[in-house]
Design a protein around this ligand. Structure first.
Ligand code: SF4
Length: 455
């Protein structure tokens, strides 16, 4: 059975319009080919060398997305042959329609490229791919936590387009360890990054290692904090492709300059199957526990990981959107600005906090945050914590901080109950053991209640 192969009708593309004979949807396509384009891109200077394409079609059992069990680390190869400047290409395509961009992507990469389909409005990508008349491949990450409506959409899409979606699943052992250790809903307590890493990012990484390019539905208007500079095409700044090493993967974002309303006009006009959750107020759709409907006027990303800081809302699939200075880079104690700087916040050394844990009768209670200055959750609570320290100054509770990343991390995990950053501990005056602050609410009032109840 052919994989994600559309009809073989030819498609002629010129400028931002296109024509295609036969199907009734073509006239509709012509109606929607004028799409508002917003914003301009800023592109890196990196270059990427192309390898010859393999344009053979594959059956489901011959999926090009490798299974976890068959993967080996790719060799980093010397890249020869033609060199493509994707910055230049992105500039050329800046005013192109999504259809034109999709056509170019499929033409360049053949079977070495696949559409990443999340089960939401990025179904538009599949429709655009169909309209090119070229064969295309689709993969999706089945995290195990999707809504039933999303699974039904996957099925409807497979039937409508006569394709087989190449599903990627998380590693069963990793999921088992996470859930056994932390429960089914740990992301509400210590952030979504760990669960997303296991259920999404690692499966995605495996998928991309079987490809030379991928196509995403990212748009600039989706998340003003992190997606405002998405180029039409770029060397992927985060993931590696088939050839291995930095620069071995190209990322296409045909919808980068399209506004959400125009995507919906396109979907309606083309009568494309959509996720039933959209009719219930959902806009951006991910896993069931981490997605909720939004109200009219609310930004769509407010329906995702709503309990977290806005800049921490990238699940890792598009981490390259976040600039390093935003501090969201994984576990990297780089030279970043120190936080919790206040005369009322005591900086504890390792010896200092060890002594604190050994004391049985303390003169005062201590509140200590275990932090990493690059962590966005720590940064988000900085103002509250400093205000709290001011309020508690001279009131019998010392407020302190202990930097627990880098070489202190293991010690903090073993001895100080560190799960993720930030971890807040109260050392009461008379109780020997530190009490871990159990909530994600790190505002002054919540922290003050915790201190006053237990000091
Ligand atoms: Fe886990 Fe939520 Fe991320 Fe899905 S979106 S992988 S449930 S944290």
């Amino acid at each position: 059975m052919a994989l994600a192969v559309t009809s073989s009708s030819s498609t002629a593309i010129s400028g931002s319009s296109f024509s295609r004979s036969g199907a009734s949807s073509e006239s509709k396509a012509l109606q929607i080919c004028s799409i508002r384009l917003s914003g301009r891109t800023h592109l890196s200077q990196r270059r990427f060398s192309l390898k010859p394409l393999n344009a053979e079609s594959h059956s489901r059992s011959e999926s090009w997305v490798p299974r976890a069990s068959t993967l080996t680390a790719p060799e980093v190869e010397e890249k020869g042959g033609e060199v493509e400047d994707f910055e230049q290409l992105a500039k050329k395509l800046e005013d192109a329609s999504p259809l034109e961009i999709m056509d170019k992507a499929l033409e360049k990469f053949g079977d070495d490229i696949a559409i990443a389909f999340s089960g939401a409005e990025d179904v538009a990508l599949i429709e655009y791919a169909r309209l090119t008349g070229k064969p295309f491949r689709v993969f999706s990450l089945d995290t195990g936590r999707l809504n039933p409506e999303t699974y039904r959409l996957f099925d409807a899409v497979e039937k409508q387009y006569g394709i087989r979606i190449e599903y990627m699943f998380p590693d069963a052992v990793e999921v088992q360890a996470l859930v056994r250790n932390k429960g089914l809903f740990s992301f509400y307590e210590d952030g979504h990054q760990e669960c997303c890493r296991v259920r999404k990012v690692r499966p995605l990484r495996r998928a991309l290692k079987g490809l030379k390019a991928w196509i995403t539905g990212q748009r600039k208007d989706q998340s003003p904090g992190t997606r405002s500079e998405i180029p039409i095409v770029q060397v992927d700044p985060v993931f590696e492709g088939l050839d291995g090493g930095a620069g071995s993967l190209v990322k296409w974002n045909p919808l980068a300059n399209v506004e959400g309303a125009d995507v919906w006009t396109f979907l309606r006009t083309m009568d494309v199957p959509v996720n039933a959750l959209h009719a219930q107020g959902y806009v951006s759709i991910g896993c069931e526990p981490c997605t909720r409907p939004v109200l009219p006027g609310q930004h769509e990303r407010e329906g995702r990981w709503w309990w977290e800081d806005a800049k921490a809302k990238e699940c890792g699939l598009h981490k390259g959107n976040i600039k390093e200075e935003d501090g969201a880079v994984d576990s990297k104690p780089a030279a970043v600005q120190e936080i919790f700087e206040s005369n009322n916040v005591v900086t504890l050394s390792k010896e200092g906090i060890e002594n604190l844990t050994k004391l049985r009768n303390r003169k005062e209670a201590w509140l200590v945050v275990l932090y990493a200055p690059w962590c966005p959750f720590c940064q988000a609570m900085e103002a509250s914590y400093i205000e709290l320290a001011e309020k508690l100054a001279g009131k019998g509770v010392k407020v302190a901080k202990f930097r627990a990343d880098g070489e202190q991390k293991e010690f903090a995990k073993q001895e100080l109950q560190l799960g993720s950053f930030p971890t807040i501990l109260l050392f009461p005056k008379s109780a020997p053991r530190a009490i871990k602050y159990p909530s994600e609410h790190r505002d002054v009032d919540s922290l003050m209640s915790f201190v006053n109840l237990l000091r």
